[in-house]
Design a binder for this molecule. Structure first.
Ligand SMILES: CC(C)c1ccc(C(=O)O)c(O)c1O
Ligand code: FE2
Length: 285
């Protein structure tokens, strides 16, 4: 079993680095921490970085999860190869670009690029965005799935994820106490479907709705309240059509033994308790 400890960063290609940096810094509210030739690194919490935009194809996207040690990384590589996943072992130069000690990369059954990393860098320094969006940290990703049952089995049987809830066939998966770190969303493509940052309060959600709306950022869902994690949320579109989510107040699942996964309907009532309707292809049925 591959033991995922945490979700730690997203990497995304873009043909418009300047536009992506402007959006991430001025609108989303992240902090530029570092630049390399062709890459900009953003902080959202005390980690060295949680998002990297690099010069490249916007379809080139990866999400990374932490595993405990090189020994676990080797075991993960062996078990993935045994299941016929092609595994790339990161070179030292690639690891340094990711600010990790070591990593492997592979595609999940849908074709989402997943990186497993050992010892991602922390900065020892608080995150401090230029705009006060109230961000407390990068928290989860929505991943596309072309077969929700197959991919749920991958994340829960090959890896250590557990189902917290399902909306229709789409599972919200946890790897620690946080209600979910991965939301699988049924569609016909591979890729990251949305990127979530937690914000401190519901006021931050509403403030960002007003701020981003005034700037002409396309709102795609909310403000609303998830009936699953109970978080107040807002989804909006960023560079290259990527959907970003702020949410506040996501539930923790402290007692693994007592918790039972729940089924929610795949209609607007399963997504939002306030009656907001999604304008996101994958959220409509
Ligand atoms: C609609 C999406 C996939 C979704 C659903 C529920 C939650 C939650 O309970 O917090 C999310 O964060 C989502 O992104
Ligand atoms: Fe989400």
């Amino acid at each position: 079993m591959i033991k995922l400890q945490d979700v730690c960063y997203v990497r995304m290609g873009t043909r418009d680095m300047e536009g992506a940096e402007f959006f991430a810094n001025d609108y989303l509210g992240l902090e530029v921490d570092d630049r390399t030739k062709g890459g900009v690194y953003f902080k959202s919490d005390e980690r060295a970085h949680t998002l990297c935009y690099f010069e490249g194809d916007p379809a080139d996207q990866a999400v990374a999860f932490v595993v405990a040690s090189d020994a676990e990384l080797d075991q993960a590589a062996a078990s993935l190869e045994g299941m016929k996943h092609e595994v790339h072992v990161g070179t030292p130069e690639e690891a340094s670009l990711r600010k990790v000690k070591s990593f492997i990369a592979f595609n999940d059954p849908t074709g989402n690029r997943i990186e497993l990393v050992v010892r991602p860098e922390h900065s020892g320094r608080r995150y401090h965005g230029t705009r006060d969006a109230g961000i407390t940290g990068f928290s989860h990703v929505g991943l596309c799935t072309t077969d929700a049952a197959r991919d749920e089995a991958f994340w829960t049987e090959v890896c250590n994820a557990r189902v917290s809830d399902r909306i229709g066939d789409a599972p919200l998966l946890r790897i620690d106490e946080v209600h979910h770190s991965i939301a699988l969303f049924p569609t016909n493509r591979a890729g990251i479907q949305h990127i979530n940052h937690q914000v401190a309060t519901a006021d931050d959600v509403q403030r960002s709705y007003n701020f981003l709306s005034e700037k002409g950022v396309k709102m795609v869902f909310g403000p609303g309240r998830h009936v699953t994690s109970m978080a107040k949320f807002l989804y909006f579109e960023g560079p290259d059509g990527m959907v970003f989510e702020y949410s506040s107040g996501v539930e923790s699942i402290a007692d693994e033994l007592l918790y039972r996964e729940r089924q929610f309907p795949a209609d607007p009532t399963g997504f939002c308790g306030w009656g907001s309707k999604p304008d996101i292809k994958e959220f409509k049925n």
